[in-house]
Structures are given as structure tokens and as C-alpha cells.
Design a protein around this ligand. Structure first.
Ligand SMILES: NC(=O)c1ccc[n+]([C@@H]2O[C@H](COP(=O)([O-])OP(=O)(O)OC[C@H]3O[C@@H](n4cnc5c(N)ncnc54)[C@H](O)[C@@H]3O)[C@@H](O)[C@H]2O)c1
Length: 308
């Protein structure tokens, strides 16, 4: 079976690429990235046993008609900095939506099954717990999250012509070859490792947010492909809901002296919510990777840095 991974050099894409041999039925993988973020190292020294092809192309402008039919597509190509998305709103809309439309057309034409990654940041209202049916709680707080909701709708509108799942991922934690440090946990780990003060949004300290270990994210991809689990539906995906304070306490287990600086920011004025993943769990998939372990491994990348 053949798989296409877009955004293969990114944080999630590189983790899938590195571990794809664990999904035995995948024999051939096409990797696409435009190298915009210069993460060439993501494709260094790939394991033998799977046939990889790498295509440097811009998915937002270049058609995919030269790519022969693949069985599955995992679509990761996106501009992904939610906080930075206010400044590059136009560019992000154009890039991410054109990539999405290109992939939808490819999947329709080739009958390829699509895994689409959305984000739990599409929720943005105060709530004890939110699930996939709570449409009244959808309130994107950034251009990035607005785009995710539009992508979801593009798929819903095509649902008779395409086979897919949309997964609303919590914020990713964990180490990959293409790791980035712009999201909460990784950014905190980087600051702590470099002995800088950790900047925390005042309003967010005691608010719950969903987090997802890369290991659990991969488990979901594996589950879909191995079990042919494609429902044309939306699923929340997370390893756990935690407050920033709880995350900081996890970091403190590995690094005692942490300095915290409280700051304000417009993206974090959304209120507290926990995300419910019962819809996915009842399909028989248990996500229970430890975020604390991910933190330990991320801090471990900087083991020999002794900043004072
Ligand atoms: N990392 C998270 O915390 C998180 C959480 C929820 C959802 N997601 C979603 O998961 C997906 C993957 O995220 P990630 O963290 O791996 O992002 P990332 O920024 O690390 O990787 C994205 C990759 O896409 C590539 N890319 C961007 N535009 C492209 C284009 N036009 N053509 C070809 N390649 C292009 C980039 O070069 C990059 O390598 C994204 O859709 C993201 O929104 C991520």
C-alpha cells in the first residue's frame, strides 16, 4: 500500500516518516514539503525497508497530477503558528486553503483516503467540557483556527465524493526530527533548558487546554490505516487536558528552578475548556501516552547545555 505525507519535514510529518515502518502494510511513501522552514534534516537517514520518494513542491500552487494513485494521504502541510497568524493572515489563508483544496482534488480523483488534521483551537468559549457536536462552542480565536474550521467545512461539503477523517488535535508534545518550539510545552521546555524565564499568559495559568503526545498522534494514524477506520467525521484527539500550572509542575519534576514571567496576549483571552475525546475512544483506541515523559525527552535534547 502507498501513503502520501504532505508537510513531511514538519514536526508531525517527520515523526510519521520516522515511524512509518511500524505500519506494516505501508510499503511505499511519497513525502512532500516545500522546505520553507529549512528542515532538510527531517529526511536524513530514513530507515530501510520502506520505499521513500521525496518531492520538493509547493502544494499551494503546484498540481499533483504527476503523482500516481496512493491509498492514503496524511495531510500535514500548513503554516502552523497560531500566535503568529495575526501578522500573516492573508498569506496563511492562501497557503493553507490552497494546499487543502489541492489535496481534496487529488483524493477525489484517485479515491485516496484522507487524514486531515484540524485543531482543538477551533473551540474558544468557556465550557466545562466540549465535544464534537457542540457547534455553539466553536469560536476560533486566531486566523489559524478560523482556517481550520474552513478546511473542515470544505471536507463536509465534499463528503459524498471523498473518504476521510478530520482529527482535531490538541497541542502536540514530544520529540521528532522536525521538532519546533513555537507551541506551549515545547516552548516552555526550550526556555527552561536555556535558563530563560518562561513566559506565561496571565489568563492561561489556571485554564484547561488539551494536549496530545506525538506517540498518541501516531497511534491514531496507525489505527486508521490498519483498521481502515475512515468515517467522514470529526474526532477530538488528546492525551489529556491540563492547566498551564499542571504543565509547569511536570517540568519542575525534571528541572527544579524555573522562573516564570506573566505576560498578556490577545490569543489567550479565550476561557477555560476541557475537550472530550469519548467519540474516538469508544471506537476502541486508547490514548494514554505520558505528557510528562514527552517533557522529559524534550528537556533531554538539551542535556549538555549548562546555561546559568
Ligand atoms: N503541532 C501542533 O501542536 C498541532 C496541533 C494541532 C494541529 N496541528 C496541525 O497538524 C499539521 C502539521 O503540524 P506540524 O506541527 O507538523 O507543523 P509544522 O509547521 O512543523 O510542519 C508543517 C510543514 O508543512 C510544510 N508546508 C507548509 N506549506 C507548504 C506548502 N505550501 N507546500 C508544501 N509544504 C508546505 C512546511 O515546510 C513544514 O515542513 C498542521 O495542519 C497543523 O495545523 C498541529
Amino acid at each position: 500500500m502507498k501513503l502520501l505525507i504532505t508537510g513531511a519535514c514538519g514536526h508531525i510529518g517527520s515523526y510519521i516518516t520516522e515511524n512509518i515502518h511500524l505500519i506494516k502494510k505501508i510499503k511505499e511513501v511519497i513525502l512532500i514539503d516545500n522546505f520553507n522552514t529549512q528542515r532538510y534534516h527531517s529526511i536524513f537517514n530514513l530507515k530501510k525497508g520502506v520505499k521513500f520518494t521525496f518531492l520538493k513542491l509547493d502544494l499551494s500552487t503546484q498540481p499533483l497530477n504527476k503523482i500516481k494513485k496512493v491509498n492514503y494521504v496524511i495531510h500535514c502541510a500548513s503554516l502552523t503558528n497560531a500566535e503568529g497568524s495575526f501578522k500573516i493572515k492573508k498569506e496563511m489563508f492562501k497557503n493553507n486553503l490552497n494546499c487543502m483544496k489541492n489535496i481534496i482534488n487529488y483524493c477525489k480523483k484517485n479515491k485516496s483516503k484522507l487524514i486531515h488534521i484540524s485543531s482543538t483551537s477551533v473551540y474558544g468559549k468557556q465550557a466545562n467540557i466540549v465535544n464534537e457536536d457542540d457547534n455553539h462552542l466553536l469560536k476560533p480565536q486566531s486566523p489559524y483556527a478560523e482556517i481550520k474550521l474552513i478546511e473542515e467545512k470544505l471536507l463536509i461539503n465534499s463528503k459524498n465524493k471523498i473518504i476521510y477523517n478530520t482529527f482535531r488535535f490538541g497541542t502536540i508534545a514530544g520529540v521528532s526530527k522536525g521538532i519546533r518550539f513555537h507551541t506551549a510545552i515545547n516552548k516552555f521546555c526550550l526556555d527552561v533548558a536555556l535558563n530563560k524565564s518562561v513566559k506565561i499568559y496571565k489568563t492561561a495559568f489556571n485554564q484547561y487546554r488539551p494536549y496530545l503526545s506525538l506517540k498518541d498522534a501516531f497511534k491514531v494514524f496507525k489505527f486508521c490505516i490498519e483498521k481502515e477506520f475512515f468515517k467522514n467525521e470529526i474526532f477530538n484527539v488528546l492525551s489529556g487536558n491540563y492547566t498551564v500550572q499542571q504543565i509547569i509542575n511536570m517540568i519542575k519534576k525534571y528541572k527544579k528552578n524555573i522562573r516564570i514571567k506573566f505576560v498578556s496576549n490577545k490569543i489567550m483571552n479565550q476561557l477555560s475548556y476541557k475537550v472530550d475525546d469519548f467519540k474516538l475512544r469508544k471506537e476502541g483506541i486508547a490514548l494514554k501516552s505520558s505528557i510528562s515523559k514527552d517533557i522529559q525527552e524534550t528537556l533531554g535534547l538539551f542535556n549538555n547545555i549548562n546555561n546559568k
